[in-house]
Design a protein. Structure first.
Length: 122
């Protein structure tokens, strides 16, 4: 008989399904056709908020985008220097603190630019 493990075992033996490299790779391939368009939508929303900026949850609600789609696009924008941490936090609906993101002075590529359709490797 196998030993029953605790629900919150501090030493789990199974790897969560979402952390499997093949799952992550498949997701990157699946999103590739839409990544540039979604990245632009996230950027334009954050830029439209000016110095008030936006937290991830606000972007997700406004753009009707899941966190799994929005967060990677926001991270790509941050890594490429189009947005930055404003140095302040705001509360989420659940009452937790979240980073406020604002656009930088770096110009975002124009539509039709091949760079706009690229997916940044994670």
């Amino acid at each position: 008989m196998e030993e029953q493990r605790l629900l919150f075992d501090p030493n789990p033996t199974a790897v969560p399904p979402h952390s499997a490299p093949q799952t992550r790779a498949a997701a990157q391939v699946a999103i590739r056709p839409d990544a540039g368009r979604l990245r632009r939508k996230v950027y334009e929303f954050i830029r439209s908020r000016g110095s008030e900026g936006a937290i991830d949850q606000e972007v997700q609600i406004a753009l009707e985008m899941t966190g799994d789609s929005e967060r990677p696009r926001r991270r790509e924008l941050q890594q490429e220097g189009y947005i930055r941490d404003a140095g302040v936090v705001r509360l989420t609906r659940a009452g937790r603190t979240a980073v406020v993101w604002v656009s930088t002075e770096k110009a975002f590529p124009q539509l039709g630019n091949p760079k706009d359709a690229e997916v940044t490797e994670a």
